[in-house]
Design a binder for this molecule. Structure first.
Ligand code: ADP
Ligand code: MG
Length: 290
């Protein structure tokens, strides 16, 4: 080896790290919605596009980010959610690693406007890891973030994106998970800048019927069971809901979406008798554990 060992510069470190946090555009969407929920948003507007999958816009009415914190928020391992090792044992937020914003900014063009009160706020613009500007900007309380040109500086990643339709479907799946897990939050979904649906704050049952356009809601059965250790609740569909796709199977542990083949198999086995092996039952099940 001829070359000396040297420490990579921060920009390159973030770009490499982004590969772990962001495997496709929908991962960005997931991180941004989680940040809005962590900021106690009561209302979240989501803008996506059918034909342009490398851009998003999310705005929330959460606690906002102060001017002093705007730059730091984009540093790697910068988080307001934990401070010491003990906090790792009692995480109640989605985020805590402080890696999302730095990773997203390393591989896209990000404009974030935020305010902690209604007196106006500040806007930071970062393009592919480089700060372009930081200036005062009109803003209501909360945070608004626009992402464009995802992966434009990482052509190898851009090349591996699937068709617009596939990436769009991933985006919708991610959004649906948040709609289901947070029925008390108001969500507005804009597709191609047109308001597609307003999901008013409601309960889980109404949210499920809205997300999946269900009219025969009597075919949904409520389940609930608990012991000293955990609580399991949610809704399961009857045989009318079975489908060849597994897109309507949701398990949330402490409100986080998880995909566990073992749990899916156990649930499926409860339907045996009426179900062809390839068909998938419909369920939205929450498991709350310490
Ligand atoms: P993490 O969520 O793991 O803390 P992120 O990189 O996603 O890391 O965000 C860094 C920090 O930026 C957060 O800890 C939070 O303080 C702030 N932040 C990000 N998004 C928002 C938002 N929508 N509203 C308020 N604060 C935010
Ligand atoms: Mg986060």
């Amino acid at each position: 080896m001829k070359n000396k060992i040297k420490l990579l510069d921060n920009n390159l470190i973030n770009k490499i790290a982004a590969g772990e946090v962001i495997d496709r555009p929908s991962s960005i969407l997931k991180e941004l919605i989680e940040n809005s929920i962590d900021a106690d948003a009561k209302s979240i507007d989501i803008y996506i596009h059918r034909d342009k999958i490398d851009m998003f816009h999310i705005s929330d009415d959460g606690v906002g980010i102060s001017k002093n914190d705007l730059r730091i928020a984009f540093d790697r391992h910068a988080t307001s959610k934990i401070t010491d090792t003990n906090d790792l044992e009692k995480i109640t937020s989605f985020g805590f690693r402080g890696e999302a914003l730095s990773s997203i900014a390393a591989i896209s063009d990000v404009k974030l406007t935020s305010s902690r009160n209604s007196k106006g706020g500040d806007r930071i613009h970062i393009r592919f890891g480089k700060e372009i500007s930081l200036e005062p900007s009109p803003s209501s309380e909360g945070t608004s973030i626009s992402i464009e040109n995802i992966f434009n500086n990482v052509p190898a990643r851009k090349k591996f994106l699937k068709t617009n339709k596939t990436e769009y479907n991933h985006n919708i799946s991610v959004i649906n998970r948040f709609l289901l897990a947070h029925p008390t939050i108001l969500f507005r979904l804009y597709i191609g800048n047109k308001l597609k649906h307003t999901y008013l704050p409601s309960d889980l049952f109404i949210r499920i019927t809205e997300v999946y356009n269900i009219t025969q809601s009597s075919n949904l059965t409520q389940i609930e069971s608990s012991n000293n250790f955990c609580k399991i609740y949610g809704y399961v569909g009857d045989f009318d809901f079975i489908s060849p796709s597994s897109a309507k199977q949701h398990i949330f542990v402490n409100n986080r979406y998880i995909n566990d083949l073992g749990i899916n198999k156990i649930i499926k086995s409860c339907y045996i008798g009426g179900l062809y092996p390839i068909y998938n039952p419909f369920y939205i099940i929450f498991i709350d554990v310490p």
